[in-house]
Ligand binder design. Structure first.
Ligand code: GLU
Length: 304
């Protein structure tokens, strides 16, 4: 059976399931989305792509952007990046301060907020115009110059970002933030506010299914080895303290965000994006998770 048929069938089934999730409202602007939205889009390395439902509606990709900042920082620092941030699952919520003190300000991994703030600091030190240069990087990977930040979402998060402010200053006290904390956070909030639809997201992440290479231009975005490692970190750390459960039930490397998006990658085959804004208790899209579980089961496309 083709992926298209399977995706369509699973989409219809999951669409009608009861959704016990809740919108992320701690960022006020994120509460303004249509809670029942549900879209899915797949892009394959054979250059097929198709989607269903609200797959062409833009949403806030939030923490999914952490894979993109890490990708760019990795190309700049190479393996030295791991002196600033570790690669172990944290087993704690995405915004936790708990382990930082014992770990001397080295975040457990780049996909929790603490780690992504350090990665943002690395980019601040290495890019001339961090916001513009990073956006340019994202646009070039996706071959799409319309991708942008949502300033309203960034400002909304900034107005209530007390946890992230605490994280950034705490890490700075250990010497692992080199720039002005306020400027690092401003960059971080903007990066989180990136907006995309499911099609744009799955097209963009195809480079990680394709050994780090842009499928359209043939340009190597990250090395093959770096792509392997980025996928490995997505597998082990991509879903807050539910990464084990995601591996167990879905079996693909991926990353979620509190905007309700999930991107999952099958190396050498496809990237699939799902968006449904109601989140389960651990902060992952309720329907997105269910959809991907059923999809990899029916299509036998778990990597395990
Ligand atoms: N901007 C969000 C925060 O820092 C990202 C959270 C997420 O999507 O995991 O709280």
């Amino acid at each position: 059976m083709s992926y298209k048929k399977i995706i369509e069938e699973v989409y219809e089934r999951v669409k009608n399931q009861e959704d016990t999730g809740r919108l992320a409202t701690y960022i006020p602007e994120l509460a303004n989305v249509k809670a029942a939205s549900f879209g899915v889009h797949v892009s394959t390395i054979k250059k097929e792509d198709f989607g269903f439902g609200d797959h062409l509606e833009k949403f806030s990709i939030q923490s999914i952007s952490k894979v993109l900042t890490l990708s760019l920082a990795y190309t700049i620092l190479g393996e030295d990046i791991w002196k600033r941030v570790d690669v172990e699952p944290s087993g704690t919520p995405f915004n936790s301060l708990l382990q930082l003190e014992a770990d001397n300000g080295i975040p457990r991994n780049p996909f929790i907020n603490a780690g992504a703030i350090v990665v943002a600091d690395i980019l601040m030190s290495n890019l001339k115009n961090p916001k513009e240069d990073f956006l340019q990087f994202v646009r070039s990977i996706s071959n799409n110059s319309s991708i942008n930040y949502n300033e309203k979402v960034a400002a909304s998060e900034k107005s209530v970002g007390f946890r992230n402010i605490a994280l950034c200053n705490f890490i700075k006290s250990f010497g692992n933030i080199h720039n002005n904390a306020e400027e690092v956070l401003d960059f971080y909030f903007n990066v989180c506010s990136l907006e995309m639809n499911c099609k744009e997201l799955s097209d963009l992440f195809l480079f990680l299914a394709n050994g780090g290479k842009n499928i359209q231009t043939g340009k190597q975005i990250v090395t093959k080895r770096q792509a392997k490692r980025l996928n490995a970190i997505m597998q082990t750390c991509g879903f807050y303290d539910e990464a084990g459960e995601f591996s167990f039930r879905v079996g693909l490397p991926g990353k979620s965000g509190v905007g309700g998006g999930i991107i999952a990658v099958h190396p050498d085959e496809f990237a699939i994006a799902v968006w449904s804004p109601r989140l389960n208790k651990k902060g992952n899209s309720y329907k997105g998770f269910s959809f991907l579980e059923e999809f990899t089961t029916v299509s036998k496309s778990s990597i395990f």
